[in-house]
Design a binder for this molecule. Structure first.
Ligand code: MGD
Ligand code: MGD
Ligand code: SF4
Ligand code: MO
Length: 787
């Protein structure tokens, strides 16, 4: 079908192959490797021609550090069986046969005793980056497994978009390059300069748009509304408006007050396209006093006018700045309003997400060139379908974030906790297959509490881990299997998050199966044989190569001879997207002919389903309109409780989550630091580079400080992804600086999502004993503590 190797073979026995960076930053950039005997000699990337719409799938610093990552001393090389307590990291090597016999037996026994619902494949994102999970296929052939729905990325925003627009907004945002037709770009907690670093991403197009505007003398302003002056707000922005985490809905209400009272709201748009804005647009039976306008003007049940002064007290943003922003927004010819996923990854993130979208509606910046829906920029469906995993015969599913509660509470978990397909969980989770994820501990939440749940072998009885590194999650596995990394295999890979670029790369193996590693697909097939379902497992495609052929035949390139020829000759092909680039353009053009998939066919600022829920339980922390609600670990609580800092854990430049986080070379280029405002640092006598303990009731971690005016006072930011490193049978102080040592696992009330950015902490200096331990660790040659 396609040529895989020998693009250029060197006399030294080396050869050059295409590969991809397949970790979950989601961009799946192209890598060009020269390798010899399983070692990468150098790394290049996509250097092909580019034009607008067909950008290079250029790799960032992480992808280019692939050789350091995959060559790390943390690499798994042989199958292991746990010999110490769960989490202790004590293992003994075993043979593949021993490992697979035991796993097959445990799967068989668990299903026989507890049913298929007792088997969980938890949220794990490294496998999404090119192919489906062979273990999901395996379990689907063997009667199924407990399903999960949603994700850790944008559960609350998806719920918000379902409520407003009737779809989850994942694939319906505008392309970021559409911003080049706007004169004002507004980013709420969006940092594409860091989260979309691949060359084909919208961040790059945005930079080009700015240059174009400057050349042509057109106005083009970027404003970032964020507790941090993120990279989006330095390289790109003209203005940074700091707001406290979780307070976006209050900020928007303050802006709305100015727009409404100064006659700047686009009422014509609101009346034609939306329900719930004011008394005239309320659904039948809903009182006018519950409209968004009434809420803002103080004519609603709380009787409080949401003036900029009111919003300033909550958000920490001066009222004059709220008002000037409102006027600038109203004065823009076209505004492109977009949110990242930081604001919604909070305890009441659904409200923040809906409120931010509302700004697009209040100003009519919706469905027209140069505008967006207020949600994130559009994600693209990959050109190639994933490996088919078949249908899961079990139709019971839980929210992805709730897996640890499903282990802990078993049958006590009910539909009100988010269980779908049954009134309550039919069985507790007894067996976990964790393939390519570090979200058992490190990337989940409240690591110390989760440790208790996992360490209790009477709850989940058996855990299999399949990974490339000995991560913290792998330490909880009863059997650990060493995988050949996706970036080491023969595989067809689709381009990922991009600004419309649709690409395919013929990635070729270069020596990942050194030592005693085996590719997960072959392992799952061996297990299928042991479980008597090999025939079903191999149906349609019995090897990964055949699977790739299938995926290509089902792709949009299947009948594009020119693209196929290019792929065969060059090993890589990319084409620009040529469809609609503006979110909801058809609805804007013809709202009656192309209604939205909402109950009213219009945009639902007022959510009747939520109103019904509230009628049944007025105490629920949700609102039928995008109102601000104070969160238990929010801005107000920080002012009065024992933990005065709001800690957000944004995504880092050094790593994609915990992947690459163990690469010292990247830590030198982009060290992981806790950002602290100079005002707070002076009070607490913190200096840049110094160590500090971050703690709350849930745990304590050690990290290094960066004193910077690029974060607002009262807020600290620690990039997630650091490897948890604590003595779980001792003081549990986390020397690795993993944000989830202190984060909360309390799911959000509406969508049961992860609230990572709602986390109150205090900072304290290290004790003398901790200082001595830090010195001991550094002298022991483990490098700088808290890289
Ligand atoms: N380099 C790198 N890129 C990545 C990843 C990675 O780990 N590393 N991960 C990938 C994945 S899986 C995902 S889900 C995405 C994540 O993408 P995002 O979730 O958008 O990224 P974050 O950095 O978490 O948050 C973005 C911004 O939100 C701000 N923020 C936090 N809380 C609030 C708030 O309450 N209000 C406002 N207005 N702003 C707030 C933060 O300061 C930050 O600047 O990134 C992807 N890209
Ligand atoms: N505090 C806090 N926590 C967060 C977030 C946050 O914003 N704040 N963000 C959350 C989000 S959005 C996400 S998506 C999750 C991501 O969480 P995870 O899905 O756990 O992502 P990673 O940490 O990258 O872990 C992926 C695992 O796969 C392994 N791996 C990589 N390549 C391969 C391969 O080819 N084969 C196999 N078998 N294994 C491989 C890596 O070694 C790593 O252990 O983190 C979440 N956690
Ligand atoms: S981490 Fe993301 S942007 Fe960087 S090379 Fe990998 S896929 Fe591309
Ligand atoms: Mo994510």
């Amino acid at each position: 079908m396609v040529r895989r190797e020998g693009w250029s073979s060197g006399r030294d026995g080396s050869r050059e192959v295409w590969q991809t960076c397949a970790v979950n930053c989601g961009s799946r950039c192209a890598l060009r490797l020269r390798a010899r005997e399983g070692e990468i000699l150098w790394t290049e990337t996509d250097c092909g021609d580019e034009e607008p719409g067909n950008l290079q799938m250029r790799a960032c610093l992480r992808g280019r550090a692939l050789r350091y990552w995959l060559g790390s001393p943390d690499r798994l090389n042989e199958p292991l069986r746990r010999v110490g307590p769960r989490g202790s990291g004590q293992f003994e090597p075993i043979s593949w046969d021993e490992a697979l016999d035991e796993i097959a037996e445990r799967i068989r026994d668990t299903v026989a005793q507890w049913g298929n619902e007792a088997v969980l494949l938890p949220y794990a994102t490294a496998i999404w980056s090119g192919s489906g999970s062979p273990f999901e296929r395996l379990m689907n052939c063997y009667g199924g497994h407990l399903g999960i729905y949603g994700d850790y990325s944008c559960m609350q925003l998806q719920t918000a978009c379902m409520s407003l627009y009737g779809d989850d907004g994942y694939y319906t945002g505008s392309l970021l390059s559409e911003a080049s037709h706007a004169d004002l770009v507004v980013f709420f907690g969006a940092n594409p300069a860091l989260t979309r670093m691949g060359g084909a991403s919208g961040a790059h197009r945005l930079a080009q748009a700015r240059e174009e505007a400057a050349r042509e003398g057109r106005p083009f302003r970027v404003i970032a509304i964020d507790p941090c002056q993120s990279d989006a707000a330095t390289g790109e922005s003209d203005a940074w408006i700091p707001v406290r985490p979780g307070t976006d809905a209050a900020f928007v209400a303050g802006v709305a007050w100015v727009l409404i009272t100064e006659g700047l709201a686009d009422e014509e748009f609101l009346h034609r396209y939306c329900i719930g804005y004011d008394g005239a647009t309320m659904p039948a039976g809903a009182p006018a006093s519950e409209s968004y306008r009434a809420y803002v003007l103080g004519e609603g049940p709380d009787g409080v006018a949401k003036t900029p002064q009111w919003a300033a007290r909550i958000t920490g943003c001066p009222s004059a700045r709220i008002a000037s922003f409102a006027r600038e927004l109203a004065g823009a010819r076209r505004a492109f309003i977009m949110q990242g996923w930081g604001p919604q990854r909070t305890a009441l993130g659904e409200q923040s997400a809906r409120a931010i979208c509302l700004l697009s509606l209040l100003t009519g910046n919706f469905g027209l060139p140069g505008t967006n829906s207020g949600a994130r920029e559009r994600l693209f469906r990959p050109v190639l379908p994933d490996d088919p995993v078949g249908e899961n015969p079990v139709d019971v599913a839980i929210p992805a974030f709730l897996w640890s509660r499903a282990v802990e509470r078993g049958r006590a978990l009910t539909a009100s906790d988010g269980v779908r397909g049954a009134a309550r969980l039919p069985s507790p989770v007894k067996l976990i297959i964790n393939h390519a994820g570090n979200a058992l501990t490190n990337q989940h939440a409240d690591v110390n509490r989760t440790h208790e749940i996992l360490a209790d072998e009477s709850l989940c009885e058996f855990i299999v881990g399949i990974d490339v590194m000995m991560t913290d999650s792998m330490r909880y596995a009863d059997i650990v299997l060493p995988d050949v990394a996706q970036a080491e295999r023969d595989v067809l890979v689709s381009s990922g998050n991009s600004d419309g670029v649709r690409g395919v790369i013929v990635a070729a193996s270069w020596g990942g199966n050194a030592f005693d590693r085996r590719c997960a697909w072959d392992v799952a097939r061996d297990l299928a044989r042991r479980l008597g379902v090999e025939e079903a497992f191999c149906e349609g495609a019995s090897t990964l190569g055949e699977m790739d052929g299938l995926r290509l035949r089902e792709s949009r390139f299947a009948h594009d001879d020119e693209a196929l020829r290019e792929l065969a000759e060059r090993g890589i092909v990319r084409r620009p997207y040529e469809g609609e680039t503006v979110a909801y353009a058809a609805f804007r053009r013809d709202p009656e002919g192309c209604p939205l998939p909402t109950p009213s066919g219009k945009i639902e600022i007022y959510d009747q389903k939520i109103a019904e829920l509230l009628a049944a339980d007025p105490g629920l922390p949700v609102s039928s309109i995008p109102a601000y609600i104070a969160a238990p670990e929010g801005a107000e609580a920080a002012l009065v409780g024992p933990y005065p800092f709001q800690m957000i854990s944004c995504h880092g430049r050094q790593s994609a989550h915990s992947s690459f986080a163990n690469v010292p070379e990247l830590a030198v280029v982009a060290p992981r630091r806790l950002s602290v405002n100079p005002v707070d640092a002076e009070r607490l006598q913190l200096v840049s580079g110094g160590l500090v303990v971050v703690e709350n009731d849930r745990g304590a971690l050690v990290c290094r400080v960066r004193v910077t005016p690029r974060i607002m006072p009262g807020v600290v930011a620690l990039p997630e992804g650091a490897w948890h490193d604590a003595d779980m049978w001792g003081d549990r102080l986390d020397w690795g600086g993993c944000a989830n040592t202190v984060s909360s696992d309390e799911p959000t009330a509406w969508s049961h999502g992860n609230p990572h950015n709602s986390c109150l902490v205090r900072l304290r200096p290290l004790t003398d004993a901790e200082r001595a331990e830090a010195a001991r660790r550094e002298a022991a040659g483990r490098g700088e503590v808290a890289r």
